[in-house]
Design a protein around this ligand. Structure first.
Ligand SMILES: [Zn+2]
Length: 418
C-alpha cells in the first residue's frame, strides 16, 4: 500500500527526510500482522520503509532463528489472497542425513516438515543414486531434466554477491557428441535468465568428503539446481545427461523417515533481530502516542541504531517469572508486544518493549530518557498470526481477556453443561 503525502511539511519519523511516504505496517506484515488497521500513514518514507526495513525484515523472517521458529509455527506468510505462501527458510544448505552416508537435499513444507527433493546423485565417477518424496515426482523430474540436458545448450546460472544486491552470472554450456563444453565467457545480469540451471557448490569445509561428486535436484519452486563437489560442472552434466537416458523406475524403494537428522547452514547478521524489534517498538509508540512523541530529539540515537546498526542495540531474553507468566497467559498462536515505562525525575521516562515472538520473550529498551508519555502505559498489542489480526489492549483489558480465556479453558476442560 503506497500513499503519496500531500502535506509538504511532514518529515519521515526515522530519517527526517521529506518523503515520498509509504504505508508502514506497525508490526511487520510477515510476522502474521498484515492488518491494514495498524498502518502508519505519512510517517515513514518509502526509502526507510522499502530499502532499509524491507531488507532487515526479509533477513529476520527468512534467515535467522526467528525464521526457523516462524516456519515451524506459522502456516501462512503475508495475506496475499490465493497467493499466500508457507513461510520459507533461506539457508546455504538444507540437508538430511541418509543411511547411504550421502546427504539428501531437503526443503521445508508447512510447519517446517522436511520434504526430500527429487534428486539424482553422482557417486564417484560412475554410480547413480536417486532420492525422492514420491516416484511420480522423480519421474516428472527426470523428464524435465532430460528435456533440459538433451538440448544442445544449457544456460547455467550462479548467484553472485550478497543476498540484498544479488547479481547473476550466466554461463552457456554447449553439447556436441554427448559432451558439454563451456562456450565463451560469463555474463553478469541483474535478473536470472529463465529456464536456466542453477549452479551451487557443496561446502567441503563443513562435511569433509562425505558429499556426492555432484547432485542435481529440483527445488520446491520448480528450479533445477546442480550442486558439485569433486566433479566439474562439465563432467556432472555429461554424467546426468547420460543417466537420464538409462534410469529405470522398476525398483521402488520407499522408506519412512522417522526422526530425521537435518543440517542447515545459515548466515545471520549480528543485530538484525534487535533492529527489527526496536523498529516495531518505535512504530508502536508512533501509532499509540502520535508522531510528535517519537519525533522528540531524545529518540535520535535509537533511530540511528535501527537505520544503521550503530551503536548496537541492547536486548535480552526475558526469564523473569511474573513477566513470562503474564505473557504465557496470552492465547496460543499470538505474538505479544507490550510497551511499559519507568518514570524518571523531571517528567522524563525510560521506555521498554517486551516482545514475545513464537513463544520466546525478549526485552528491548527503546529509550532511557524521553518525555513522560501522555497516555497510560503499559499497553499491549496482540498479534493473531494465524489470522493476520492485531488487537490493542490496555493493562486492564489484557488482564480481563486472560480471565475470560481462563474461564473458557475451564469450560472446555469440564464441559459447560453444569
Ligand atoms: Zn525515512
Amino acid at each position: 500500500m503506497t500513499t503519496q503525502s500531500t502535506a509538504s511539511t511532514l518529515l519521515c519519523i526515522y530519517c527526517d527526510g521529506p518523503g515520498p511516504f509509504s504505508g508502514e505496517h506497525v508490526i511487520s506484515a510477515g510476522l502474521g500482522s498484515d492488518d491494514d488497521r495498524f498502518l502508519l500513514v505519512d510517517m515513514v518514507c518509502r526509502r526507510c520503509n522499502t530499502d532499509v526495513f524491507g531488507n532487515l525484515e526479509r533477513e529476520v523472517l527468512r534467515s535467522s532463528p526467528i525464521a526457523i521458529a516462524r516456519a515451524f509455527m506459522q502456516p501462512h506468510g503475508r495475506d496475499r489472497g490465493k497467493h499466500t505462501t508457507t513461510p520459507g527458510i533461506q539457508a546455504q544448505h538444507k540437508q538430511m542425513a541418509t543411511a547411504s552416508g550421502y546427504p539428501d537435499e531437503v526443503d521445508f513444507g508447512m510447519h517446517a516438515k522436511p520434504i526430500v527433493l527429487s534428486q539424482l546423485k553422482m557417486i564417484g565417477e560412475k554410480k547413480l543414486k536417486s532420492s525422492t518424496a514420491s516416484l511420480d515426482e522423480l519421474r516428472s523430474f527426470v523428464t524435465s531434466l532430460s528435456t533440459m540436458l538433451q538440448d544442445n545448450q544449457v544456460i547455467c546460472i550462479r548467484k553472485r554477491g550478497p543476498e540484498h544486491e544479488l547479481r547473476y552470472e550466466a554461463i552457456t554450456m554447449l553439447r556436441s557428441n554427448k559432451t558439454f563444453t563451456q562456450a565463451g565467457g560469463a555474463s553478469f545480469q541483474a535478473k536470472p535468465p529463465r529456464g536456466g540451471l542453477w549452479l551451487e557448490r557443496y561446502d567441503e569445509t563443513r562435511t569433509r568428503g562425505v558429499n556426492p561428486a555432484a547432485t542435481i535436484f529440483k527445488n520446491l519452486n520448480g528450479g533445477i539446481v546442480l550442486k558439485t563437489s569433486s566433479a566439474t560442472v562439465e563432467d556432472a552434466l555429461n554424467f546426468f545427461a547420460c543417466a537420464v537416458e538409462q534410469i529405470s523406475f522398476d525398483v521402488q524403494v520407499t522408506t519412512d523417515i522417522e526422526n530425521p537428522i537435518l543440517s542447515m547452514g545459515m548466515t545471520v547478521t549480528i543485530g538484525v533481530i534487535e533492529r527489527v524489534l526496536a523498529k516495531i517498538g518505535i512504530n508502536l509508540l508512533a501509532y499509540y502516542l502520535g508522531r510528535d512523541y517519537v519525533t522528540d530529539p531524545s529518540f535520535r540515537q535509537v533511530k540511528d541504531s535501527i537505520l544503521t546498526g550503530i551503536p548496537r542495540l541492547g536486548g535480552h531474553i526475558v526469564e523473569d517469572a511474573p513477566i513470562t507468566g503474564m505473557l504465557n497467559a496470552a492465547p496460543d498462536n499470538h505474538h505479544v508486544f507490550f510497551l511499559s515505562k519507568v518514570s524518571q525525575p523531571g517528567g522524563r521516562a525510560a521506555i521498554i518493549m517486551i516482545a514475545k515472538l513464537y513463544g520466546v520473550a525478549q526485552s528491548m529498551p527503546l529509550a532511557l530518557d524521553v518525555p513522560e508519555p501522555h497516555l497510560p502505559l503499559p499497553v499491549f498489542f496482540l498479534v493473531d498470526y494465524l489470522n493476520n489480526e492485531v488487537k490493542q489492549r490496555s493493562l486492564i483489558e489484557y488482564a480481563e481477556s486472560l480471565v475470560e480465556m481462563g474461564i473458557t479453558k475451564e469450560q472446555a476442560r469440564y464441559g459447560s453443561s453444569a
